[in-house]
Design a protein around this ligand. Structure first.
Ligand code: P71
Length: 468
């Protein structure tokens, strides 16, 4: 296996603190066993998210100093617009403070109650923003995506049969757009192939439905295309990205991922009418169109980050570091979702903790145990995040995948820290029988994972009948 070493050296360091198990146990109780409620300073290796947590380069930091904070027409906006146009190729470039605002502006403009928006798999904020408009968010990813052992190279692909069935079920007039999330975060950071994007485009052209990308991790997706798809080995990442986006009509982007910035996002699209309506809404809720809720310096950092993320040495290291963690775990027999994705390693909690039934939140229990024993923070992507209440019975409908995600911030942790994470997970796996389930004692009506609170069960509860 090839794990390229870091293509950078470290100029500034940020100390991180070790805590004791007693301290972490106390913090967990106070946080209601929700890792979003733990102070970050009490985390040793923080793999909660790769979003907004990346280290900027010296070139980006230098760019901050060149921020022009004029209300209208800041030069940094033009740099940013040029960077976005050169990669994505769409006419209108609308900055937002992060991805979900781009989603909110797009959906509040074009999605009406009773409509339906398909995606390979919607991320939580995307689904919530669609449902908030009274519309239906449908996942139509290929079936392999739900099999953690299936090693197909493009498990983020759209299932075209399911997509077409959905369009015919609701009627094409009620599908204002179709999304493709690249890479597919909720399905394990898996890429979508260029062939699948082309076929999706062709299908949607027949129904006159626009195709949009949720482009957060587009560079990692393009790197996988280069590595895995026939005909792309000798093409540059920029070239691959340009081809990919040419099949779409627009995109939403959280630049907190592949924009290599701590804050920022945008919406880019071709349709003049939609752009006009979105811009009017932007002015109402976010800011003038040449800053969109950001400072001029943030736009400069984003413009520079979008170019840096296309560098192949960087991407080989990035995807290689994630694979390194995955391979260490896999070789030690720890159940992970395969193949390893672009930004994160996902533990398969159902297999890791077969003694904890899904209504006792095995993935959340696993994330809690890992923080308590080793100071490592991951995030639950399972029943807490995606479980739904059946309106009639009040019972929870569980998602198919029950996972703990370890998302690796870009250019932040060394391979030694990654090795520490692997050793810790392997150690916990040996002692897994002692991990207990949880009971949820508070949940918000929307996006409950951010604020939910739990109690730890002090003995294994009898397995109740589960609704799958
Ligand atoms: C991630 C995040 C950020 C996050 C969200 C919820 C819980 C924990 C962490 C954000 C995404 C995403 C995709 C595919 C849109 C957004 C929203 N992901 N689409 O994975 O992954 O972007 O956070 O900038 O608003 O940790 P935003």
């Amino acid at each position: 296996m090839n794990f390229p070493s870091e293509p950078f050296k470290i100029k500034v360091v940020e100390p991180i603190r070790r805590t004791t198990r007693e301290e972490r146990d106390r913090l967990l109780k106070a946080a209601g066993y929700n890792l979003f409620r733990i102070p970050a300073e009490s985390v040793y290796v923080d793999l909660l998210t790769d979003s907004g947590t990346s280290a900027m380069s010296d070139h980006q930091w230098a760019g901050l100093m060149l921020g022009d904070e004029s209300y209208a027409g800041s030069r940094n906006y033009y740099h940013f617009e040029e960077a976005v146009r050169s990669i994505f190729g769409y006419t209108h470039v609308i900055p937002t403070h992060q991805g979900r605002m781009a989603e909110n502006l797009l959906f509040s403009t074009v999605v009406k109650p009773g409509m339906c928006v398909p995606n390979n798999i919607h991320f939580d904020t995307t689904r919530a923003n669609i449902e908030h408009q009274g519309a239906e968010a449908v996942n139509a990813v290929v079936k392999e995506a739900y099999d953690p052992h299936n090693e197909s190279p493009f498990k983020g692909n759209m299932d075209l049969v399911r997509l077409e069935e959905t369009i015919n079920r609701v009627g094409p007039d009620r599908v204002p757009l179709v999304l493709l999330t690249i890479t597919n975060n909720s399905g394990g950071g898996q890429p979508v192939s260029m062939a699948n994007i082309r076929e999706t485009r062709a299908l949607l052209t027949r129904y006159r439905i626009p195709l949009f990308f949720d482009a957060c991790r587009f560079a990692e997706n393009c790197f996988f295309i280069k590595e895995r798809e026939h005909g792309y080995k000798d093409r540059s990442i920029l070239d691959i990205a340009q081809e990919l986006f040419s099949y779409g009509d627009g995109c939403t982007m959280s630049a907190k991922k592949d924009g290599l910035v701590n804050i920022g996002g945008f919406l880019s699209l071709n349709d003049d009418r939609w752009a006009q309506d979105i811009t009017n809404m932007l002015i109402l809720v976010e800011g003038f169109p040449t800053y969109g809720g950001l400072a001029g310096r943030d736009l400069e950092a984003m413009a520079r980050g979008l170019r840096e993320v296309l560098e192949e040495d960087y991407l080989a290291f990035r995807v290689g570091q994630v694979r390194y963690l995955g391979d260490l775990l896999d070789h030690a027999g720890v159940p992970i979702l395969k193949p390893v994705g672009g930004h994160a390693v996902y533990l398969n909690a159902k297999e890791f903790l077969p003694h904890i039934p899904q209504d006792q939140y095995p993935a959340q229990s696993l994330a809690v145990a890992l923080y308590r024993d080793y100071g490592i923070r991951g995030v639950e992507i399972g029943t807490v995040m995606f479980g739904k209440r059946d309106a009639e019975t009040g019972r929870t409908i569980h998602p198919e995948l029950e996972m703990v995600r370890f998302a690796i911030p870009r250019r932040v942790y060394t391979n030694m820290q990654i090795a520490y994470v692997a050793e810790s997970i392997i150690d916990l796996h040996r002692r897994r029988d002692g991990i207990l389930g949880l009971r949820m004692v508070y949940e918000a009506p929307m996006l409950r994972h951010f604020t939910a609170r739990f109690e730890e069960l002090d003995h294994a509860m009898p397995v109740r009948q589960m609704v799958v």
